[in-house]
Design a protein around this ligand. Structure first.
Ligand SMILES: CC(C)(COP(=O)(O)OP(=O)(O)OC[C@H]1O[C@@H](n2cnc3c(N)ncnc32)[C@H](O)[C@@H]1OP(=O)(O)O)[C@@H](O)C(=O)NCCC(=O)NCCS
Length: 300
């Protein structure tokens, strides 16, 4: 691995989410490079409080390069792994090929090690970028099968939750704080900021509140009319039959985008081709004991 770093005209900064100009520079970088707008996060409780961005700024205050680390504890095979996540890795085209990303990766991993995180995870469409640092790909699986009969006994109808509405946001935040992991095989423990911004990034995702179960359901209907379950936020995970009953959905088949070990339902695992690869650094050879994936609502 080369070690050269050409940082002419740039200044290194870290921990700039509290500075409105630093945050705005990151919003512009991610808009320009990935075409996504993370600014609505400011109205949804703000970025994860554990976030630690690392970046190189130019003289005009634009971010030439960024990589952010944050605490991302997750459940793997029944135990909580104290992991960090890396996200928002990008370098503006004029600044590429000068070692800036290698420099930020080294700084972010050093921060993770000094903070005592036992593992680091990230999503990428360029796995070879991270293999030199000891990251390895984790295969992802969704579950597909016949829908259970909806349980409708006494169920009150679900209602849509709108995170932009202050009361709905407060309810969602309360449930996110108290949530149980959606799977014992592989799932995040909290990751509230990512859940909230992901409600805004994909217009097809529907968020419903099942009052009887005190559960928030993130779901979609795909083009073929198949029900797709993305996530369940609740202290006690309701059965898939109760979820379908509450949502009043009759779908012949169901797709679940996490291991459905708490749903009282089984489907067949199928490789999930999401366009990006989930990579893990640390934990020796540990891998999920069953086919699994992290909910798309935890995407970061
Ligand atoms: C990928 C990207 C971050 C690289 O930034 P950069 O500053 O040009 O990278 P560096 O100059 O620090 O090079 C770091 C290493 O990555 C390698 N690399 C650069 N672009 C790469 C790519 N597209 N695929 C794989 N490896 C790549 C370099 O060869 C270099 O390897 P070395 O350390 O063995 O010499 C930048 O091209 C970018 O922002 N791309 C669009 C967004 C993106 O893909 N983000 C990361 C994915 S999560």
């Amino acid at each position: 691995m080369a070690t050269g770093l050409d940082r002419a005209g740039l200044a290194f900064r870290q921990d700039y989410f509290g500075d409105p100009a630093g945050w705005a520079a990151l919003v512009r970088l991610l808009q320009d490079i990935f075409g996504i707008d993370i600014d609505p996060l400011q109205q949804l409780g703000g970025p994860d409080a554990s976030s630690m961005p690392f970046g190189w700024f130019d003289a005009e205050g634009e971010l030439a390069a960024n990589l952010s680390a944050f605490a991302l504890p997750f459940v793997l095979n029944g135990r909580i792994v104290h992991a960090a996540g890396l996200q928002s890795g990008a370098v503006r085209p004029p600044w590429r090929g000068r070692g800036l990303y290698r420099d930020l990766t080294a700084k972010a991993l050093d921060w993770c090690e000094r903070r005592g995180f036992e593992a680091v995870i990230l999503y990428t469409d360029k796995p070879s970028l991270y293999e030199p640092y000891g990251f390895r790909a984790m295969p992802l699986h969704r579950y597909v099968g016949t829908a259970p009969a909806p349980a409708i006994d006494g169920a009150t109808a679900a209602r849509p939750l709108l995170p932009a509405n202050a009361e709905d946001l407060a309810l969602l935040q309360m449930l996110l704080k108290a949530r149980s992991p959606v799977s014992t095989t592989l799932s995040v423990t909290a990751n509230a900021a990512m859940f909230l911004i992901n409600t805004q990034l994909d217009a097809d995702v529907r968020i419903s509140f099942l009052e009887d179960c005190q559960a928030v359901i993130a779901w979609k209907m795909d083009g073929t009319g198949r029900f797709s379950l993305l996530d369940v936020v609740a202290a006690e995970i309701p059965s898939l039959a109760a979820i379908l009953g509450g949502l009043d959905i009759a779908s012949a088949t169901v797709e679940v985008l996490f291991r459905p070990d708490k749903l009282g339902w089984t489907g067949a695992p199928q490789p999930f081709e999401g366009g990006t690869t989930l990579m893990l650094r640390g934990l020796g050879d540990d891998a999920p004991h069953f086919p699994a994936m992290l909910s798309p609502m935890a995407d970061f």
